[in-house]
Design a protein around this ligand. Structure first.
Ligand SMILES: *Cc1c(COP(=O)(O)O)cnc(C)c1O
Length: 505
């Protein structure tokens, strides 16, 4: 293997080296010319700045180049396929971005008088109606700021409902394949977590679940389709067993993209579910913007939803901030968040919904499932499929095909970077060894999937031919070579260093 070429500038081709913004600082540099202030009166009661506060001084072109260079170190859905399983990294339609930037939405202030935000409330209310209709649920809490926050909201509703019955319970059941946020949420809510194993079909083991149920169980948190990309075929029986034990059924709805327009979770016996607007309904995700995790609630949990709520009153729409018998908010557990959610995300999600329409949303899930199954079908002879297909929106492979090659899932993923592909989700879910979870979403064309598949096949064959050294050194071409990930997380080095130096350490 040849040594990477060292350059005198530190740049690698057009991958430009970039120092910290503080290292670009120069005395007297500024992006604007301001006149010297005259006759300044200090209105801070005599408080004076004792020393410079250390903000870097840069000209406007320097600032622009700094951030553009840094942004070129990022990979984004706008640059290429982003097959992160469980993340639904789909295209963000530009129409959504355009409407979210309309000043009437973008410049809203959360403290504006109610009569000046009627349009915004109307939009929130319309989106809420769509989300309830798509999920078959009777109420919705719009304020949660992301999926994990939605889980918190849902479990707080469940806890409030149980407390209202005087029925304190201690345990939340979570399948072994669950996203890490599920047990974390239950623990934050003060519950003890008990795991339910998966069966050999990658689904919840119903018999094991029934054994765990009892008067101490507050809820089950289940993802459907689950994180193996499989529909929980016994979900109705699961719901019945959970309800028979007096517990509630929380569904993690992060994978709703696989079933939107096809199945209404409310019809399956689910009591409460969060939606990731930043997955299913486009809207930038993965460092691209804030999240939004509305929670839909069945009738039994609706009275416990957080405040404020949008309510249609005699004078138009209002945000009800208080508990009220008349408005059905009497049993609310209170406020979850400072204000009423992420307006920009609501605008984008509604734009996505209205531009697709009911039939278009159904096609979203059908195309997402079709794309995932195309990947599955074209790779299953070379990679090892964890559970027999067909799958839903994502295909789960494991590392059995790498056995004896000296190549790990991590090595394989790093080699994908050299080929211009963002790796899939790795080592999750935990129920299989060396997981590779691939979610193409509906926005990829057949051409783009074919390129991806060809690359995956090439790498799988290369690994089998015993080229472990190549994989161990990957990525060879990325601006950064392989980091010690544990150390990088604990002692991040943010200063730019040439990759050659990195490799030598
Ligand atoms: C993404 C995801 C979450 C968490 O959502 P955030 O918006 O990242 O908090 C929870 N569960 C599953 C299955 C997910 O895929």
């Amino acid at each position: 293997m040849s040594k990477p070429i060292e350059t005198s500038s530190g740049h690698r081709g057009l991958d430009l080296a970039e120092p910290l913004i503080f290292e670009l600082d120069g005395p007297g540099r500024c992006g604007v010319d301001l006149p010297e202030p005259d006759a300044v009166t200090n209105r801070l009661g005599g408080l004076e700045r004792q020393a410079a506060i250390g903000l870097p001084g840069l000209s406007e072109p320097q600032v622009v180049r700094h951030f553009v260079r840094l942004s070129r170190n990022n990979f984004a859905i706008d640059a290429g396929l982003y097959p992160l399983g469980s993340c639904t990294m789909k295209h963000n339609p530009r129409l959504n971005e355009k409407v979210a930037r309309l000043p009437g939405f973008a410049d809203l202030h959360p403290m504006q008088p109610m009569e000046t935000v009627q349009g915004a409330l109307e939009l929130i209310d319309t989106l809420a109606e769509w989300l309830c209709a798509l999920t078959g649920m009777s109420a919705i809490a719009m304020s949660p700021a992301a999926g994990a926050h939605g889980e918190l909201c849902g479990l707080m509703c469940i806890r409030a409902a149980l407390e209202a019955k005087g029925d304190a319970r201690q345990v939340v059941l979570v399948p072994t394949s669950a996203h890490g946020t599920n047990p974390a949420t239950a623990a934050i809510c003060g519950y003890r977590i008990e795991e339910i194993p998966a069966d050999d079909r990658g689904r919840v083991d119903l018999a094991a679940l029934k054994e765990k149920l009892g008067p101490h169980v507050a809820a089950i948190m289940l993802t459907n389709p689950n994180t193996c990309g499989l529909f929980e075929t016994q979900i109705v029986e699961i719901a019945e067993a959970v309800h028979a034990a007096g517990a509630y059924f929380y569904c993690d709805g992060a994978n709703f993209n696989a079933i939107v327009g096809k199945v209404r979770p409310g019809d399956l016996g689910i009591d409460c579910m969060h939606l990731n607007l930043h997955k299913t309904f486009s809207t930038p995700h993965g460092g691209g913007g804030p999240g939004s995790g509305p929670v839909v609630l069945a009738e039994a949990l609706a009275p416990y939803a957080p405040l404020p709520m949008v309510v249609r009153g005699a004078d138009g729409l209002e945000l009800v901030e208080h508990k009220s018998e008349a408005l059905g908010t009497a049993a609310s557990f209170g406020r979850l968040k400072g204000f009423h959610g992420q307006m920009g995300m609501f605008v984008r999600a509604l734009a996505f919904i209205l531009s697709h329409g009911a039939d278009g949303l159904r096609q979203v899930s059908e195309d997402a499932v079709l794309n995932a199954n195309y990947v599955l079908a074209r790779l299953q002879d070379l990679l090892t499929l964890s559970f027999p297909g067909p799958c839903m929106h994502e295909a789960l492979f494991d590392d059995r095909f790498l056995q004896g090659t000296g190549v790990s899932t991590l090595d394989f993923a790093k080699a994908m970077i050299d080929e211009g592909f963002h790796p899939m989700t790795m080592y999750f879910p935990l129920v299989v060894s060396g997981a590779m979870l691939i979610e193409p979403t509906e926005s990829e064309s057949k051409d783009s999937l074919d390129q991806f598949i060809a690359t995956m096949r090439h790498l799988a064959e290369r690994a089998r031919q015993g080229d472990a050294g190549y994989f161990a050194g990957a990525p060879h071409l990325a601006p950064y070579r392989r980091l010690n990930e544990t150390q990088a997380a604990r002692q991040p080095v943010l200063r730019w260093r040439p990759a050659v130096q990195e490799a030598a350490e």
